[in-house]
Design a binder for this molecule. Sequence first.
Ligand SMILES: Nc1ncnc2c1ncn2[C@@H]1O[C@H](COP(=O)(O)OP(=O)(O)OP(=O)(O)O)[C@@H](O)[C@H]1O
Ligand SMILES: [Mg+2]
Length: 212
Amino acid sequence: MDDSLDTDLTHETLVHDLNNVFETITEAAELLSADRRWKALAATLGRSVARGRRLLGAIPDSTPHLASIVDDAIQSVTDYCIAARKPRIRFVREIPGDIRLPGSAKDWERVFANLFLNTAQIMQKPGRIDIAAHHAEEALQITVSDNGPGIPPEILARMFRPHVSTKANKSGRSGLGLHIVASIVKRYSGSVIAANREHANGATFTISLPAL
Ligand SMILES: Nc1ncnc2c1ncn2[C@@H]1O[C@H](COP(=O)(O)OP(=O)(O)OP(=O)(O)O)[C@@H](O)[C@H]1O
Ligand SMILES: [Mg+2]
């Protein structure tokens, strides 16, 4: 056989085939958008495809401004809530416009999308997520707090490890979201901790990063 066929069937070819999947979703979304009733859902599909392409590196990455990254992650999880018919989440931001993050925007979108998605998946009724950021001494501190049921005490100490999950339908693949969050934060020399709120229901995640 031709030696050139002996290629690495990993990232590049996976990107290729996932792009074909995205192509199909894009075509289907275009058909849907012709009907007024499905226009909004078609737009949701379009945004999800754009997100997927960005994660794959098929679309150039943007400059990581915290406020715009958080906005993208909010849009992503709001799309999820609509499509999955989950109770809506209200997001309250206290983020100074000039705060920048190190590295790649798509990494940070994964961080916030995973944190927000956990709340969206746990909430049984409409909820709220507060996101705040400020500089403290030489560090940037970002907090994400929700008013959900709080973190089960038995997993609190190990929830950033892979495959720790309370999801009912695990299928062996759950429990990766927070591991992804911790791995990305660590890549940028930061840390993330989780706690239950002291004077209210819900969980708080605190990310600390060296100031840029
Ligand atoms: N905001 C939160 N409030 C309460 N519990 C949480 C919250 N976020 C995470 N958890 C708990 O931590 C567990 C691990 O979260 P993680 O995101 O790592 O995995 P998962 O959501 O179960 O699965 P995956 O993210 O891989 O789909 C969850 O199953 C849940 O029990
Ligand atoms: Mg998760």
